[in-house]
Design a protein around this ligand. Structure first.
Ligand SMILES: Nc1ncnc2c1ncn2[C@@H]1O[C@H](COP(=O)(O)OP(=O)(O)OP(=O)(O)O)[C@@H](O)[C@H]1O
Ligand SMILES: [Mg+2]
Length: 308
């Protein structure tokens, strides 16, 4: 449904996006993750036909964003990362304005507006001034707006940024609901864990380059290469650390509180090896527990040093 090939964007001499190849299947929820300045907004603006690429191409449902912009805009609901200012405009008027911009006839608009207000839980705010809404409500209103022309594809630039945990969960639930309605959704964030449960597929971008593309399982798999275990011994922890640190399978050993955090160089469940080594050398091992891989750590691990 969304496809880019060799997509490249320069701002003067700054390479904001370099040879980006993406393929997002219809009906999927794609998490586009990257730190500040990685190129997420640049990519999304190109897909929304608001920015010309320097090189390469992008298609939405087979339509070229460069040459078939008007058609693409009917297919896509794009939510930018900033709301904009709408002095003296009520929620209802705001939605009516965007419905009119999509040539929706005036007799059809009330029903559509009521529908998107209900979906985004803003019915009670229909007569409120847009500028008086809380940040969470404004984000939901933006979602209501991008839904007004019933687009197949949603491109959402950090819809949960600046929201409290509860509002984040509400947005996530809403996106899940939209996914169930069959929409293809591309959603960006700085934080992998925020999108972990929601998305079916992830792209990690850094300095304009896609450095990872795949499922959460694939990310975990990749992190498995750097699996850690916690080891406790009854005594002589420093000697145990030295012993483990000298094993070729072990990348590093750190003393944390009352245990040793052992990081493997490669391969996953090599903890049998640790038990054998320690017991063989006469240590009393009291615990060997795998350390839970933290997704945000995983993200840092994947991005660290990937692009220089
Ligand atoms: N209009 C512009 N003119 C010049 N440089 C720009 C422009 N827009 C973006 N850039 C640069 O392009 C790079 C990518 O920016 P972009 O906004 O796409 O990143 P991002 O991943 O959306 O970051 P953030 O998480 O901060 O929103 C950055 O180095 C940024 O400074
Ligand atoms: Mg951005």
């Amino acid at each position: 449904m969304i496809e880019t090939a060799g997509l490249t964007k320069f701002y003067d001499s700054l390479a904001a996006l370099v040879d980006l190849d993406l393929a997002i299947p219809a009906g999927s929820i794609f998490g586009f993750i990257g730190p500040n300045g990685a190129g997420k907004t640049t990519t999304m603006r190109i897909l929304a036909t608001l920015l010309e690429p320097t090189r390469g191409g992008a298609k939405i449902d087979g339509l070229d964003v460069r040459t078939q912009g008007a058609k693409v805009r009917r297919l896509v609901g794009y939510m930018p990362d900033v709301m904009g200012v709408y002095d003296d405009l009520k929620v209802y008027e705001y939605l009516d304005f965007f419905a009119a911009a999509f040539d929706i006839p005036s007799r059809k608009r009330p029903g559509l507006i009521d529908g998107v207000l209900e979906l985004t839980d803003l019915t009670v705010k229909r007569a409120a001034l847009v500028d008086t809404l809380s940040r969470g409500m404004q984000q939901r209103l933006q979602l209501a707006r991008v839904l007004i022309h019933d687009p197949k594809v949603l491109i959402l630039d950090e819809p949960a940024s600046g929201l409290d945990p509860r509002a984040r969960i509400e947005i996530r639930e809403l996106l899940r609901e939209l996914g169930r309605m069959g929409k293809t959704i591309m959603v960006s964030s700085h934080i992998l864990s925020e999108l972990a449960e929601l998305c079916t597929q992830f792209g990690i971008i850094e300095k304009g380059r896609l450095i990872f593309n795949g499922t959460l399982d694939a990310i975990r798999e990749r992190m498995g290469l750097h699996m850690k275990v916690r080891v406790k011994v009854a005594e002589r922890a420093d000697d145990a650390a030295a012993l483990l640190g000298a094993l070729p399978e072990v990348a590093s050993v750190a003393r944390v509180d009352d245990y040793l955090s052992v990081k493997f160089a490669e391969g996953r469940s090599a903890d049998g090896l640790i038990a054998r080594a320690l017991v063989g050398a006469g240590f009393a091992v009291t615990a060997i527990v795998p350390e839970e891989v933290n997704l945000d750590e995983a993200f840092l691990e994947i991005t660290r040093g990937a692009v220089q």
